[in-house]
Design a protein around this ligand. Structure first.
Ligand SMILES: N[C@@H](CCC(=O)N[C@@H](CS)C(=O)NCC(=O)O)C(=O)O
Length: 277
């Protein structure tokens, strides 16, 4: 693992690190905020998964998470959204290929060689950060924005017991019936739609739900509402009688101004779960 940068931040450290990823077969970069408390022992971890076109950097510089994470003594990890590198397959469209890994293990060409973001996030990166930093991997929460909200919700529901809490900002909720989903799932996973269902949080909610609290915020003036389909997940949560809140926030769009506006609530929500008991 290589240190790219470390900056003092709200009494802790905002770091950026790179490493050679076995899962993705390329160098991967991630950001990690460690609060001051990490100098004295392991701290709880909040994962933040980003949306289409993002790297590890967008949320790290624009979401304003560090202030609140420092207040609660929580680390925040900011992974990248896809494999990177010259030999990594890409597409001209912004919503496929680099910056658009969709948090799946691709099985189709030309993607399968590097696009293994599910294994990267479910296995490799937790192992790496757990070994190298003062993190309490028994206390993890996960959140994300848009495609990253989709990643957070699907990881949380598919890995019972891993995360104590899950939240999302304007998540893609029903990719198997949205143009933010059908295109990418068919490219990465192929035309057999039975392989898509574990990557659809509405379907997962109907089937199994999440054993813990959920918080979703969605901007009422989001320009991508028809692609995100908040009503699908809200209905599934109600039908499942899922513990959680789904909040429509009038006037907010899809941008990081929206994410930053509700970040305090999300970090406090995760802190409640991570420090419970
Ligand atoms: N570029 C796309 C939209 C991409 C987009 O809005 N990406 C969101 C996540 S889905 C984002 O976080 N963008 C980067 C940023 O705002 O820093 C378009 O114009 O249709």
């Amino acid at each position: 693992m290589k240190t790219i940068s470390e900056n003092a931040c709200f009494g802790g450290t905002q770091g950026v690190y790179s490493h050679n990823s076995d899962a993705c077969g390329c160098d991967m970069t991630f950001g990690l905020f460690l609060p001051a408390e990490a100098q004295d022992g392991p701290v709880p971890v909040l994962w933040y998964l980003s949306g289409l076109t993002c790297t590890h950097e967008n949320a790290m510089t624009k979401a304003g998470a560090q202030l609140w994470a420092a207040e609660h003594g929580i680390a925040v990890v900011f992974p990248d959204t896809s494999p990177r590198g010259e030999d990594v397959a890409d597409d001209d469209a912004y919503d496929l290929g680099k910056g658009a890994g969709f948090y799946v293990n691709a099985t189709q060409e030309p993607w399968a060689k590097h696009y293994q973001m599910w294994d990267y996030l479910a296995e490799e990166l937790p192992g790496l950060i757990g070994e190298n930093f003062a993190l309490d991997m028994e206390r993890q929460g996960i959140t994300g924005h848009s495609m990253g909200g989709h990643g957070a919700l699907t990881l949380a529901m598919n890995l019972p017991g891993r995360f104590l809490s899950v939240s999302a900002f304007a998540p893609i909720t029903h990719p198997t019936s949205s143009d933010w989903g059908k295109k990418q799932l068919s490219a990465y996973l192929g035309s057999d739609e039975s392989t898509w269902t574990k990557h659809d949080s509405t379907l997962l909610m109907r089937e199994k739900g999440f054993d813990g609290p959920i918080l979703i915020d969605q901007g009422g003036s989001d320009q991508f509402l028809d692609l995100l389909k908040p009503e699908a997940l809200a209905e599934a949560m109600a039908a499942k009688r899922q513990q959680g809140s789904f909040r429509m926030q009038p006037g907010y769009d899809h941008s990081y101004f929206f994410v930053a506006s509700f970040m305090e609530d999300h970090v406090a929500f995760h802190a409640d779960a991570l420090y419970a008991g």
